[in-house]
Ligand binder design. Structure first.
Ligand SMILES: Nc1nc2c(c(=O)[nH]1)N=C([C@H](O)[C@H](O)COP(=O)(O)OP(=O)(O)OP(=O)(O)O)CN2
Ligand SMILES: [Zn+2]
Length: 145
């Protein structure tokens, strides 16, 4: 399916994995400057999640590829993002723009990784909203526990 070259975050961890997946979702951006995006419309989002770490778990995984996909796909696929409690119309920090959706994906994934024994780090979320538009979210050091 996706098999494209993604930008690579710099790091010196021993292992790095990447998981591609897609999900279909509708959204609108509740702001006057959003133009046509103020209207409810849908996308097939393509995501690439980068996870890195020095230690593997008892399965020999950094983290199961399927866990990364299911965390996001099960929550957002065939939904209206604006209806999810992770988003809000009260603050632009929680409007479901591509930038914010990418950051929220990072927050969901990293929260799960923080609960694993080998504690890998999500270093990058690449999120493509349309054939011509995508965002890359990279956390800063201080964003990790
Ligand atoms: N910085 C952002 N700009 C825009 C966002 C966004 O989330 N962050 N979102 C939109 C719209 O929601 C739209 O879905 C995507 O916009 P756009 O790239 O303009 O989509 P097109 O397919 O129409 O692009 P063309 O390259 O002109 O075909 C708008 N902006
Ligand atoms: Zn859109």
């Amino acid at each position: 399916m996706m098999q494209q070259i993604y930008p690579a975050p710099a790091h010196d961890f021993r292992y790095e994995l990447n998981k591609d997946f897609q999900f279909a979702a509708a959204h609108y951006v509740p702001h006057d400057e959003a133009g046509a995006c103020r209207n409810l419309h849908g996308h097939t989002y393509f995501a690439n999640i980068t996870v890195a770490g020095d230690e593997l778990n008892d399965s020999g995984f950094l983290v199961n590829f399927q866990l990364i996909k299911s965390l996001i796909h099960n929550r957002f696929d065939h939904t209206i993002l604006n209806n999810d409690a992770l988003f809000s119309e009260d603050t632009s920090e929680r409007f479901p723009t591509t930038e914010v959706v990418a950051r929220i994906i990072w927050e969901v994934v990293q929260k799960e990784l923080d609960d694993t024994p080998n504690k890998p780090k999500c270093l990058q979320v690449y999120l493509r909203e349309t054939p011509t538009s995508y965002v890359v979210y990279r956390p800063k050091k201080g964003d990790f526990l």
